[in-house]
Design a protein around this ligand. Structure first.
Ligand code: AMP
Length: 213
């Protein structure tokens, strides 16, 4: 199973990718998580990426394409993978086509999680993430057992800088301008399945699994 999850900020890509990765026993490849790890590790790439991320902008294509290309050389992707947050521009999608062609593999399906702007704002303002294992919570809809502490690894939960209201607006604009065109890109390839992201986590998950089967 080789999947791409598409959707705006707050659509629930990361949450659904975690669940699907568990179900199909394949890795979740999240460019956002990999970039945040690089920021945390203060690598050269992380320092450069941070300036874009903090402003709600996309990190330059060549950087992100390089990260994904590298990740797809690892052994664990042989059984399949879920791309979460990549591609985000047509240039990235074209680069991915080339990478998969060179590997002799093909993406099986692209799932678009379509979510309304009001839901997105509510979700992002309540989102909390684990600093250590990146698991995602929501203060109202999926709170941890103990406030501020990750259920899985005991790590500290924090609000991402780019989930603050002023940056969310910018991310939505960036999504509409640069990422939304990918919906037609993949529709034209006949690989697109669409689900509503406005429902509960479990409902969206069931809709995705049904659409994929
Ligand atoms: P995410 O966790 O997917 O919401 O990503 C958080 C931030 O990381 C985005 O707002 C971008 O700044 C950056 N980022 C993640 N994935 C990509 C990508 N495929 N292309 C460019 N920037 C990305």
């Amino acid at each position: 199973m080789k999947l791409i999850l598409l959707g705006g900020p707050g659509a629930g890509k990361g949450t659904q990718a975690q669940k699907l990765a568990e179900k199909y026993n394949i890795p979740q490849i999240s460019t956002g998580d990999m970039l945040r790890q690089a920021v945390k590790d203060e690598t050269e790439m992380g320092k450069k990426a941070k300036t874009f991320m903090d402003q709600g902008k996309l990190v330059p294509d060549e950087v992100v394409i390089g990260i994904v290309k590298d990740r797809l050389t690892k052994d664990d992707v042989k059984k399949g993978f879920i791309l979460d947050g990549f591609p985000r521009t047509v240039e990235q999608a074209e680069a991915l086509d080339k990478i998969t062609d060179d590997m002799g593999i093909a993406i099986d399906a692209v799932v678009n999680i379509a979510t309304s702007p009001e839901v997105i704002i509510e979700r992002l303002s309540g989102r909390r993430s684990c600093r250590d294992c990146q698991k995602v919570y929501h203060v109202v809809y999926s709170p941890p057992k103990e406030e501020g502490v990750c259920d899985v690894c005991g790590g500290e939960l924090y609000q991402r800088d780019d989930d603050k209201p002023e940056t969310v607006k910018k991310r939505l604009d960036v999504y509409n301008e640069q990422t939304a065109p990918l919906i037609d890109y993949y529709k034209d390839k006949g690989k697109m399945v669409e689900v509503s992201g406005d429902n509960s986590i479990d409902e969206v998950y069931e809709d995705i699994v049904e659409a994929l089967s």
